[in-house]
Write a protein that binds this ligand. Structure first.
Ligand SMILES: [Zn+2]
Length: 400
C-alpha cells in the first residue's frame, strides 16, 4: 500500500475544486451570461414603453423602430438593416376558442387549444381590449389613440457576422408591435428588450463567434405574423448566397435555427376557482420552450429546444426551462417548415396563455409598473437561456 504524505493528499483533494475554478474562468459562455444585467434589461423595457402600445401602422410604432435601431447601433451592432413591405387594413383580432378534436362527436371529448395543446384546468376568458376608455391614464390613452393606417411598413435588424462561417446564421427575434391600450410591456417589450440585450452582449468588441447571429425585431405580429411572413418571403430565397461573388459577404446567411421570444415575464400559475390569480410569480415558474410537432422541421426544432434547455440548466441563474411541442401564434410559425424554429415564453401558448393564465395579455394593464423584480427576473433567465445556447451553437469565444 502506498504511503500517503499529507501534502500529496491535500493536493489530490484540492484538484476537483481547482479544476472547476479554472474551467469557469475559461468558459466564455459563462462570461457572456454574466454580462447580462437585470437593471439594463428593465431599463430597455421601460424605454420601449415610452411609445405606448407601439401599434403597427402608426407614428408611435415608427418612432419605436427608430429608437430600437439607435440602441442597436449604440451597442456596436452598427450594420442595421430594414425590411420594407406593405400592409393593408387590420383584420379584427380573434382568439380561437378551444375545440374538440375533429371527428369527435362525444360531448365529454377533450378540448384542444390552438397549436394542438390540450385545454386543461380552470380557464379564464381571453381576448383583445379594443375599448379606449378601459385605459384610465389619460396620457397613455392619448398616446395609444391614433389608429393604424394602411401602407408602408418596416422592421429592423442587425447582425453579428461570424468569423469563420459568415454565410450561416442563427436568428434571435421578437416582435416589437403591440395592442390592447396599454404599454405592451410584457407583450412584447419583454421579448424585444431580451433580443436587444443579446445584441449588446454579442456586439462587444472582444466577442467573436464562428457563425453569424441576426437580431430581428418583427413588426405586424399582432395582425397575423405579417412582418415575419414578409421576411421569409423576401429573404428566404437569398439564403447562403455570396454577393458580390468572392466578397466573403452573405446578405442573407443560411438559416441554421430561429429562436423567437414573446411574453417573457408573467408565470403566476393557473387561475384559481374564483378566477383570481396569485399576485406573485409562482416559485416553480419556468421558461417555456416550444416547438411545433406538426411541422416539417419538427425533429430539428425539438433538438434546438433541448439544446436551449440544456443551456438553461448550466447557465440560467434562477428559473428552469421546460420543453413543449405545441408552438403556435408567434413569428417562429412562419419559419417552422424551413428551418429549426422554437419560441420561448413565460407560459405554454396554447395550454396556458390560451387558458387565461396571463390577465394582462392584450389589456390596458400590460404596463411596466404591473411587474415586479421576480417577473423581470424570469425574463432575464430566458435571456440567459438563449444567450448561452446561441453562444455554444454559434461558437463564441472571447478575445484576450
Ligand atoms: Zn406577442
Amino acid at each position: 500500500m502506498k504511503k500517503c504524505f499529507v501534502p500529496v493528499c491535500l493536493l489530490v483533494l484540492a484538484t476537483p475544486a481547482f479544476a472547476q475554478t479554472q474551467q469557469s474562468a475559461s468558459d466564455p459562455v459563462r462570461t457572456l451570461v454574466q454580462r447580462l444585467d437585470l437593471q439594463k434589461y428593465q431599463a430597455t423595457i421601460k424605454g420601449l414603453t415610452q411609445f405606448g402600445d407601439r401599434r403597427q401602422g402608426t407614428a408611435r410604432n415608427r418612432a419605436a423602430i427608430d429608437w430600437i435601431e439607435k440602441q442597436l447601433k449604440s451597442y456596436g451592432c452598427a450594420n442595421t438593416e430594414r425590411l420594407k413591405y406593405q400592409f393593408g387594413d387590420e383584420p379584427p383580432h380573434r382568439v380561437v376558442p378551444a375545440t374538440a378534436a375533429s371527428g369527435s362527436a362525444q360531448s365529454n371529448a377533450p378540448l384542444f387549444n390552438v397549436g394542438g395543446a390540450r385545454a386543461r384546468g380552470i380557464r379564464n376568458p381571453t381576448g383583445v381590449n379594443t375599448d379606449a376608455s378601459a385605459q384610465p391614464d389619460p396620457v397613455l390613452r392619448a398616446l395609444d389613440t391614433p389608429p393604424a393606417v394602411a401602407g408602408d411598413r418596416e422592421e429592423v435588424w442587425c447582425t453579428k457576422i461570424g468569423a469563420t462561417n459568415p454565410g450561416e446564421m442563427y436568428i434571435v427575434s421578437a416582435h416589437m408591435d403591440g395592442i390592447g391600450w396599454g404599454e405592451a410591456a410584457n407583450d412584447n417589450g419583454s421579448g424585444t428588450a431580451l433580443v436587444m440585450e443579446l445584441a449588446r452582449v454579442f456586439s462587444s468588441p472582444d466577442v467573436r463567434t464562428d457563425r453569424s447571429i441576426r437580431f430581428i425585431l418583427w413588426n405586424n405580429e399582432e395582425t397575423g405574423l405579417n412582418g415575419a411572413h414578409a421576411y421569409v418571403e423576401q429573404r428566404g430565397p437569398l439564403q447562403g448566397k455570396e454577393n458580390p461573388a468572392g466578397s466573403g459577404r452573405y446578405p442573407e446567411p443560411k438559416w441554421l435555427g430561429m429562436i423567437q421570444h414573446d411574453m417573457m415575464l408573467f408565470d403566476h400559475g393557473m387561475p384559481r376557482a374564483d378566477g383570481s390569480l396569485s399576485p406573485v410569480q409562482r416559485p416553480e415558474a419556468d421558461v417555456n420552450i416550444e416547438f411545433q410537432a406538426d411541422s416539417k422541421f419538427a425533429a430539428a426544432s425539438r433538438d434546438l429546444a433541448f439544446a436551449l434547455q440544456d443551456a438553461n440548466e448550466r447557465y440560467a441563474s434562477d428559473y428552469p426551462a421546460s420543453v413543449g411541442r405545441h408552438m403556435t401564434n408567434t413569428d417562429s410559425h412562419e419559419f417552422q417548415d424551413s428551418v429549426a424554429a422554437v419560441s420561448l415564453r413565460e407560459n405554454e401558448r396554447g395550454a396556458q396563455v390560451g387558458n387565461g393564465w396571463d390577465p394582462q395579455w392584450h389589456q390596458p394593464t400590460d404596463l411596466y409598473k404591473t411587474y415586479d423584480d421576480k417577473d423581470f427576473r424570469l425574463g432575464l433567465n430566458a435571456a440567459q437561456t438563449t444567450l448561452s445556447a446561441v453562444a455554444r451553437l454559434a461558437g463564441a469565444s472571447i478575445k484576450k
